[in-house]
Design a protein around this ligand. Structure first.
Ligand code: ZN
Length: 194
């Protein structure tokens, strides 16, 4: 079963989510929610999905960057974005620490803002303290695209969207991104959008 993804304008995307206790995570209700969110994320397709995006105000997100997806992208793009496969996992009640300034810009999108992309500055490196799908404490040290995914998903749990952080003049439809921006370097895009 695929869950409905809520889009911008739904107040739940602007509300802070509630923490989930370790005991609650282990119960069938949250376990089946995790399964449904994984299925919904893969179907979309996306590399992350936060509970508010499917209408649940919980500090829980699923993340996965699949090898199959990466195989279809140009190696130069993967290298520039430091994008590598990330196995499926769950973050609950995450505490985010930026290990570098949020100044690395790439085009970013969101399943709750379909058809749009914008240059969005993010930290290259982060540390996240959270609980996993079994309610066990976990510390994640991430860099590159994975660090970007974590920052994006954790923003959702605090009622924030990438459009709050984007270089607003870079906002583009996916169609126009493919037509005008895909083959330009980020530095070129930044200069044209000054
Ligand atoms: Zn999103």
């Amino acid at each position: 079963m695929i869950l409905k993804i809520v889009t911008a304008g739904d107040p739940i995307l602007r509300a802070p989510s509630k923490p989930v206790s370790a005991g609650k995570i282990r119960q069938p209700e949250i376990q089946s929610l995790i399964d449904l969110m994984r299925e919904t994320m893969r179907e979309a397709p996306g590399v992350g999905l936060a509970a508010p995006q499917i209408g649940r105000s919980l500090q829980l997100a699923v993340i996965e960057d699949r090898e199959e997806t990466l195989r279809e992208l140009p190696p130069a793009q993967l290298a520039e974005r430091e994008r590598k496969p990330v196995p499926f996992h769950v973050i609950v009640n995450p505490k985010l620490k930026l290990e570098s300034a949020p100044e690395l810009e790439f085009y970013e999108g969101c399943l709750s803002l379909p058809g749009l992309l914008a240059l969005t500055p993010r930290a290259r490196q982060v540390t996240v303290e959270c609980l996993d799908h079994r309610g066990e404490p976990r510390i994640i040290r991430a860099s590159g695209w994975y660090a970007r995914i974590l920052q994006h998903e954790i923003d959702h749990l605090h009622g924030a969207l990438y459009i709050d952080r984007m270089r607003s003049r870079s906002l583009t439809s996916v169609d126009n991104y493919m037509r005008h921006w895909k083959d330009k370097s980020v530095a070129q895009a930044q200069k044209l959008l000054e």
